[in-house]
Design a protein around this ligand. Structure first.
Ligand SMILES: NC(=O)c1ccc[n+]([C@@H]2O[C@H](COP(=O)([O-])OP(=O)(O)OC[C@H]3O[C@@H](n4cnc5c(N)ncnc54)[C@H](OP(=O)(O)O)[C@@H]3O)[C@@H](O)[C@H]2O)c1
Length: 248
């Protein structure tokens, strides 16, 4: 048996304003961006504290919000699922490209996601919904891949090889995260555990969908852990072995 480490005995403390300031990521593989997810959950795993499709506002502390903004500075593009876009106004640093994944084409084009960077905001949609979406939102820019749903492996290839994205921040929600992780497209997970207990079987968690098949799962290695009062900030490396688990 390995020895246990009582983490709170550590006397190493840093100013929160410096956490994740110097984050560096490896070069990306040739066929996809290096991808990191950033999420905040309650102690019991919920990613909203209001209604199931509402914004995540109020879950994390001011420190979590600061780190959320800081992690946006280390990517050249960010990606979200359309439910996350519909839940609130989405703001990014000016320079980064932003992508939203949808099938329905129910995309609020007046969201800051688009209005703050109309030349850097893209909708990723399957060809099966092409006509419907084009008619609805002809002013938006689209990337098409997959027929009935977005083929995320192909989408990542397009981002890397055609859009020049090296480091991609995926900001959820749980539906998009689950597919990205199952497909082995995610390298790291930054996770804030807010010191709240919410409950409720219908509220989303950091990975939704069907999950891995029975008996399969991805594993992750803890890279770092910090706390501010009772809120925790975890950084995990997602193991490439998750691919082998899927394929075995
Ligand atoms: N606490 C946090 O850190 C955090 C972070 C992010 C989000 N959230 C919360 O999470 C909730 C949203 O999460 P969610 O899991 O319900 O949804 P989500 O992952 O944000 O978006 C799901 C939607 O994305 C589209 N989509 C995903 N994969 C697709 C694919 N392969 N092909 C085509 N379309 C695809 C579909 O859009 P269409 O419906 O348009 O077809 C789907 O309904 C919101 O309440 C949000 O506030 C919390």
């Amino acid at each position: 048996m390995t020895s246990l480490q009582r983490l709170m005995d550590s006397d190493h403390s840093i100013d929160p304003s410096h956490l994740y300031e110097q984050v560096q990521f490896p070069d990306p593989p040739p066929d996809r961006p290096y991808c990191y997810i950033n999420m905040c959950s309650s102690i019991d795993g919920k990613i909203v504290i209001g209604k199931p499709t509402g914004s995540a506002a109020g879950l994390g502390s001011a420190t979590d919000q600061m780190l959320f903004r800081r992690l946006q500075l280390h990517c050249d593009a960010a990606m979200i699922g359309s439910s996350t876009l519909r839940a609130s106004q989405v703001h990014y640093p000016e320079k980064i490209q932003r992508y939203v994944v949808t099938h329905s084409g129910n995309i609020p084009s007046d969201n800051r996601f688009f209005t703050e960077a109309p030349d850097r905001a893209f909708v990723i949609a399957p060809t099966g919904s092409k006509t419907q979406i084009q008619v609805q939102r002809s002013s938006l820019m689209y990337l098409y891949c997959g027929e009935q749903s977005v083929d995320l492996v192909e989408a990542m290839r397009m981002l890397r090889q055609e859009q020049g994205v090296k480091h991609l921040l995926c900001e959820g929600g749980g539906t998009l995260n689950e597919q990205m992780i199952k497909l082995g497209l995610v390298d790291e997970l930054f996770l804030t555990i807010a010191s709240k207990l919410k409950g409720g079987a219908s509220l989303p968690t950091i990975m939704g969908g069907q999950g891995f098949p029975e008996g399969e799962f991805a594993t992750a290695n803890l890279v770092s852990i910090y706390r501010d009062d009772s809120e925790l900030y975890l950084r995990y490396k997602i193991n490439p072995a998750s691919n082998e688990l899927i394929n075995s």
